[in-house]
Design a protein around this ligand. Sequence first.
Ligand code: CUO
Length: 673
Amino acid sequence: RPQEPVFIAKGDKKTVFDIPNEYLADKYKPLGVSLTNRFGEDANEKISVKKISIPPFGEILELERDANFSLFIPKHRRIAGRLIDIFLGMRNVDDLLSVAVYARDRVNPYLFNYALSVAILHRQDTQDIDLPSFIQSFPDKYVDAKVFAKAREEATIVPEGSRTPIEIPKDYTASDLEEEHRLAYFREDIGINLHHWHWHLVYPFEAAREVVAKNRRGELFYYMHQQIIARYNFERLCNKLKRTTRYNEWTKPIQEAYFPKLDSLVASRSWPARVANQTIRDLNREVDQIKQDVDDLKRWSDRIFGAIHKGSATDERGRTIELTENEGIDILGNMVESSILSPNRTFYGDLHNMGHVFISYIHDPDHRHLESFGVMGDSATAMRDPVFYRWHSYIDDLFQEYKATLPRYRENQLNYPGITVAKIEVQTQGGPANTLNTFWQQSDVDMSRGMDFQPRGSVFVRFTHLQHQPFTYKITVNNQSNGNRMGTCRIFLAPKFDERGNPWLFRDQKIMFIELDKFTVSLKQGQNTITRASTQSSVTIPFERTFRNLDLNRPQGGEALAQFNFCGCGWPQHMLIPKGTPEGMPCQLFVMISNYDDDKVEQSTEGVCNDAGSYCGIKDKLYPDRRSMGYPFDRMPRDGVDTLQQFLTPNMRVQDVSIVFNNRTVRPRQRSS
Ligand code: CUO
């Protein structure tokens, strides 16, 4: 069994639920009280679960307990939406607990975990409940399948206290014969995949309207994924590969192969691989209630292109919806993804989601081999596969096509009169100025919660990930206006040259810029020095939140726990800076101070999850920046601007920096658990 049945273990404290017999799944009913007793032997706390009248589960139970679950499959989304509604509809936490306990052993575990997580995130009365990290619940979606046999062996033979971490080799999914494998450290990074899963948990595309209709969610779908592609292409250039080519020829084979080497502990099956040169085909899978032709993708994309060039969409009742300069991208994001906020799902279809589905069923489009979907079918695993980036490059291209129709920013929409960025310097401790340093680091994760074995206790896996030396920006800004001014400091980074070693045209480089940070500054008259640490980035969550909280036995204060609860969305700090090259990757650091009057959103951003707003927004708040996401790089440049230098107004500046990769590995301090 992949999850513990009735236990919550936190540190030394073990809690057991006292469950009404009726709530036990049929196969456990005869065991009744003895079951609770067996697991409750060494519990310090017993929580009684109240008997309430349980709403009908109907279709929710049709998904087998040992099936895989995908939000991209329409039937799965529908039942997930239904279960979320049940959880959200419970009058109070006690009732929620009752229905969750009832569902726990009946509903597919992935579906259960997803729906309960969404509900806990969105209910007012569950804001202080600990949501375990997804990797603790389902480690099998993140690490090499070989680990689990080793972990079991370790747990059975070695007593807790003497166990050593099981090391996952850095290169386990392919060899260097495959050049795409150079990017495996990025695609298979645990923190990146956790971020992506979390993002889709916070921004579901199908659920009750009040859950889906978050501020600018369609636009954020565009921007967050645009940034993933920019970051991936940046990494590719660091690894001497050209930018990823968009996947838009759907009748042609996909050259890239991917062998995930993941086993699903829930489904007791390996995740299917995709060999080289497979072609997507019409889907007819009764089991998933999917019948869809590849031609539909073509039809939907043609209609979306039509809307982009007409500047308006048509809703279900034939009314015209303008794609306005400010809100068009949000509408388009919902249309392309698609979410229930799409103006017309019948007509514009479900392009992006179904692309995931076609690719993830490439090996068994009609279910003749009784196979489930590949990694592209699950937001927790999709980013592992090279084809993810090809598909999302195509999706991003649609958005760029739209952005190219918008009015270009005039100089007065970019400049901040009186404000000049005079100097930028990046400082790494003990190193030369304007040089960033990257290297490998090893970290440990406790996998025991997602596995069921006796005797219990922590079992750590040790994996290797990219890391950089922390650094600070020192930015000198002159304020020659007639008073104090507020501004937004926007920091981006891009490679200085394209894959041929040529300088960029601005129109190409603008989509290569990755956001590093964004924050408000107040500028007194005269000269100001802004100092900002890389760890404060508005893009990332701290290293501790990605990894260290996964150590269940580490003593944690309530405060620390509350902080970890819901803030799993955020780019991992250890992946803030691309890998660079041993000889030093030439890059351009761009800093802009924009006029706060045009940026500001009137709201308090105090509270939880306010530190990774750039890609994730702020929980229950408006997106914390009034400008179009990606500003000032989200549109074609004004006339006469061909290069980045020509684009600059006095409130912007560019500094050459170099990213130097050192092929050494920093090992964690000695651990015995
Ligand atoms: Cu995040 Cu395609 O939207 O995976």
